[in-house]
Design a protein around this ligand. Structure first.
Ligand code: ZN
Length: 336
C-alpha cells in the first residue's frame, strides 16, 4: 500500500480458492462503479485467475459474462493488470489462461487469450514461509502435474523441451522435502516458486504435443466435491497414465530413466515404475491418491463426468485427441 500511495486504490477482498463467479460479479460492480482502470491481483492462482476474468469482464460487450467461460463469446481485449504472487502453484503469474468456478451450476471452466498476460508480476520467495504446509504440498503437486501434462505424451524430437521439463520435475523433487520441512529455507522456497512459474509459462510446451486430460477431469472433481485442485490431479494422473499406457509408455520410460534414475528392466517395466514413482511422490507430500479417500459419494460420478463431457462435445481429449467420454468414465472409475 505504501508503494501505491501516489495512486487511488480501491480494495476488494474475499476471492475464494477456485475463484467463484458470484464473488467476481461483486468485484465487477465495484470496478464499474469506481471507474477502475488497472487491476492488481495480490494472491495465489485463484486471485490471479479471478483478476484475469475481471480484466475480460470489465471490457466485455455482451450481456452475460459467464459466456466468456463457455466460450460462447470470444474475448480479445482486457483491462491491464499486474500480479503480486503470494502462493506458488498455478503459474498464472506468467501465462494468459484462467479457470473460474460457478457454484450455482457446479461448473469449473477455463478460458484465456493473448490479452490476458499480466503487465508485470512480482515474485518474492519470502512469502513461502507464511503458507500452510497443505498449500505448499498442493503447489508442488500442481506444478509437477503441469509439467507432466506437457511432457507425458509421445517422443517427437523436442530434445531441449524434454530436458527443460525433466529439469523442472527434478528440481521439484529435490526441493519438496526441504520446503515441506522448513518453509523459511530461502533457497528451497525460491526454487519452488521459480519452478511453478516455469512449469506453465509456455516455454516447455513450445513445439511439442500437450495432453491436459488430467486437468479437464480434475476440474470436475473440484466442481462436484470441492477437492483441492492439486489433489484431484494426484488422484487421476497415475490412472490416466495406466489407462493410456501404450500411447504414453515411451515417454513414461524416458521419465523413469532420467527423472527417477531407473536403470533396470525393459521399456514396459520402466514405464510402470515411472507411474509408481509419480504416485509415491504425491504420497511423500501427504497427498492421498484415491477418490474414496476424499469422499464416500463417488458412486455414479464417473458417469456424471462422462455425461458432462458429452454434453460439452468434448469427444477427443489428450495429445492424440482420442480420449472419449467412455474412456474418461473408465479412468475415473480406476481412480475410486
Ligand atoms: Zn493445475
Amino acid at each position: 500500500m505504501n508503494a501505491l500511495s501516489e495512486h487511488k486504490v480501491v480494495e476488494f477482498g474475499g476471492i475464494p480458492p477456485n475463484p467463484e463467479y458470484s464473488v467476481l460479479m461483486e468485484a465487477l460492480k465495484v470496478i464499474k462503479e469506481e471507474k477502475i482502470d488497472f487491476l492488481l491481483a495480490v494472491g495465489g492462482g485463484s486471485v490471479i485467475d479471478g483478476t484475469k476474468f475481471l480484466s475480460a469482464a470489465a471490457l466485455f460487450d455482451g450481456e452475460e459474462p459467464w459466456d466468456i467461460m463457455t466460450k460462447r463469446a470470444p474475448i480479445n481485449k482486457g483491462m491491464p493488470f499486474g500480479t503480486v504472487l503470494t502462493l506458488p502453484a498455478t503459474g498464472s503469474e506468467m501465462n494468459s489462461g484462467f479457470v473460474i468456478n460457478r457454484e450455482e451450476t457446479k461448473e469449473k471452466l477455463s478460458a484465456g487469450g493473448d490479452a490476458f498476460y499480466p503487465q508485470f508480476s512480482i515474485l518474492d520467495p519470502e512469502v513461502v514461509k507464511s503458507i500452510p504446509q497443505r498449500q505448499i504440498a498442493n503447489g508442488i503437486a500442481d506444478a509437477y502435474t503441469h509439467v507432466l501434462e506437457q511432457y507425458m505424451t509421445y517422443p517427437m524430437g523436442g530434445l531441449l523441451q524434454d530436458r527443460f521439463a525433466e529439469g523442472i520435475l527434478q528440481t521439484l523433487i529435490e526441493i519438496a522435502p526441504v520446503v515441506m520441512k522448513d518453509s523459511s529455507d530461502y533457497k528451497a522456497a525460491s526454487n519452488f516458486m521459480w519452478s511453478c512459474t516455469m512449469a506453465l509459462n509456455g516455454l516447455i510446451s513450445k513445439g511439442v504435443p500437450e495432453d491436459w486430460a488430467t486437468h479437464m477431469m480434475g476440474h470436475e472433481l473440484t466442481a462436484l466435491f470441492g477437492i483441492d485442485h492439486a489433489r484431484t490431479l494426484a488422484i487421476l494422473a497415475p490412472n490416466h497414465f495406466l489407462y493410456n499406457f501404450e500411447a504414453k509408455k515411451a515417454k513414461l520410460a524416458q521419465y523413469a530413466e532420467r527423472v527417477w534414475n531407473v536403470t533396470e528392466g525393459d521399456e514396459d517395466q520402466k514405464a510402470k515404475v515411472g507411474i509408481k514413482k509419480t504416485e509415491e511422490f504425491f504420497h511423500s507430500l501427504g497427498i492421498k491418491t484415491k477418490l474414496s479417500e476424499y469422499t464416500d459419494n463417488y458412486e455414479g460420478v464417473a458417469e456424471e463426468i462422462a455425461k458432462r463431457f458429452t454434453d460439452r462435445k468434448w469427444f477427443g481429449l489428450g495429445e492424440n485427441r482420442s480420449l472419449k467420454p467412455e474412456d474418461v468414465k473408465k479412468i475415473v472409475e480406476m481412480s475410486h
